[in-house]
Design a protein around this ligand. Structure first.
Ligand code: ATP
Ligand code: MG
Length: 450
């Protein structure tokens, strides 16, 4: 039995010293998507198992090997933890009649995903994705818009060396010929393919191209490529996508080997690859899924999207030394000696927090020395000590924890403005002149009381 204080294999805690990085990338991802008009959706962590079978696909590794099944009661409905974000979003879009509103419909999400894979760097059993889904348009411009959302995010974060690979895997029409060609090719290696791929041979031979077994993937290297089998419409669409990417000066490579691991894709598929990720090189995968909405019971609606793996995004940022803004630092620590001073500290803390300052006071009933040690540990910018004499004089010394400089401040409402002036100027000895500080204080107060 695993130790109960050990998290399940392949999962990761996001602890207090790390969470700001997640808050930052999620904020950037959502804000960037909003620039394109994508609005967030949140869907359940589990969905009916049959939803994943019908969308992601019965023959995919994800459904066949990687799903976490959830059964609330013996013999009752079988659910699955979501292995990706699209199926739930499409289900919700249909259920909530969102396609009856204005088209295109632009949605995005941040979610945990669950896949029972072999854990390694950049490959977890619970991981996080940011994704967008665009419903309605069949135009190549839509493909490029979706690609641009991802590219813009990487640019905004200052990432380098992320390359775009694209492919077209055609529509059900042109895929008939391609499937026949693949079948004929793989038939020659029937005795070497893994048992799963043998089963895929008749039903879904494209899935063999995505098999992780070394033997199957070696055989797959010589397989016919899908781009040689595209129908006129798919070819024209793909040309339209490439022409627009060129016009926008977005460098890309056509990689006819990309098939993606999920069954629902049609026409354009794409991946953003980073050289900073080792074996798990893909940071973002996406494409069109023109048949999925109808397949899940909605009105026929063209659609497309992508998902970025957030753990992999953070790995790239780390490797490239991208700085993430550090979280707020405590503006002021109010230390106190004795019961009455502790009450006063509470009161002042509350008053200043209401104005938007980050303030802490003693909660541990510690002596003043230990309180100051804590103020140092959390990196408080300023501190003050309140004892009997401060209570009596209604004044205290406000200390700059970096320079050691002190000034006297009154322990009343005027402290708010004083602290504002000081934190704005950054230093006690650089107090802004009263007039300009007054104006800024007004603005500041307005901002927090909105
Ligand atoms: P891979 O080829 O690396 O297995 P995939 O094709 O299975 O990826 P998608 O289903 O397209 O991946 O998911 C989109 C993104 O989610 C991937 O590009 C990756 O960044 C991330 N991702 C997928 N599986 C995992 C995982 N097990 N752990 C961490 N991130 C993952
Ligand atoms: Mg995978």
């Amino acid at each position: 039995m695993a130790n109960i204080t050990t998290a399940p294999r392949g999962t990761q805690d996001i602890i207090t010293t790390e969470s700001y990085k997640w808050q930052f990338i999620e904020k950037m991802a959502l804000e960037n998507a909003a620039l394109f008009g994508f609005k967030e959706m949140r869907t359940p962590t589990f969905e009916q198992m049959s939803l994943f079978k019908r969308s992601v696909g019965d023959d995919t590794d994800v459904v066949q090997k990687e799903m976490y099944e959830v059964r609330a009661e013996k013999g009752k409905d079988l659910y699955g933890l979501k292995p990706e974000g699209t199926a739930g979003i499409v289900r919700s879009v249909i259920q909530n009649n969102l396609l009856k509103g204005a088209l295109p419909l632009k949605t995005c999400y941040v979610t945990s995903c669950f896949r029972h894979e072999r854990p390694q760097a950049g490959r977890l059993r619970e991981f996080h994705q940011f994704g967008v889904e665009l419903f309605g348009p069949g135009s190549p411009s839509a493909d490029v818009e979706v690609i641009l959302v991802a590219k813009n995010l990487f640019d905004m974060l200052g990432l380098k060396n992320i390359s775009l690979n694209i492919n077209s895997i055609g529509c059900p029409e042109c895929r008939k010929d391609y499937h026949a060609a693949l079948k004929a090719y793989f038939e020659q290696y029937k005795d070497k393919l893994c048992p799963t791929c043998l089963e895929r041979l008749d039903k879904n031979p494209m899935r063999i191209l995505d098999c992780k077994s070394p033997v199957c993937s070696e055989i797959a290297k010589g397989a016919p490529v899908v781009t040689d089998y595209l129908c006129d419409e798919c070819k024209e669409h793909f040309d339209g996508v490439k022409a627009r990417l060129k016009a926008l000066n977005i460098s890309f490579e056509v990689n006819p080997k990309i098939v993606r691991g999920l069954d629902y894709y049609t026409k354009t598929v794409f991946e953003f690859i980073s050289t900073d990720l080792g074996a798990q090189a893909t940071v973002c995968g996406g494409g069109r899924y023109d048949g999925l909405v109808e397949q899940l019971g909605g009105d026929p609606t063209k659609a497309l999207g992508f998902a970025v793996g957030l753990e992999r995004l953070l790995l790239i940022m780390d490797a490239q030394g991208v700085t993430i803004p550090t979280p707020e630092v405590c503006d002021l620590y109010i230390a106190s000696i004795g019961e009455d001073a502790s009450i006063k500290a509470c009161e002042l803390t509350n008053m200043l927090r209401a104005e938007g300052f980050y303030i802490e006071c003693d909660l541990m009933d510690r002596g003043v020395k230990a309180q100051m040690k804590y103020a140092n540990k959390i990196g408080a910018k300023y501190s003050m000590v309140i004892g009997d004499s401060e209570l009596e004089s209604k004044k205290a010394r406000l200390k700059d924890m970096t320079s050691g400089e002190e000034i006297e401040v009154a322990l009343d409402e005027s402290l708010t403005k004083k602290l504002y002036d000081i934190t704005l100027s950054g230093q006690i000895n650089k107090l802004t002149d009263e007039a300009s500080a007054d104006g800024l204080y007004e603005l500041f107060a307005k901002g927090f009381n909105k």
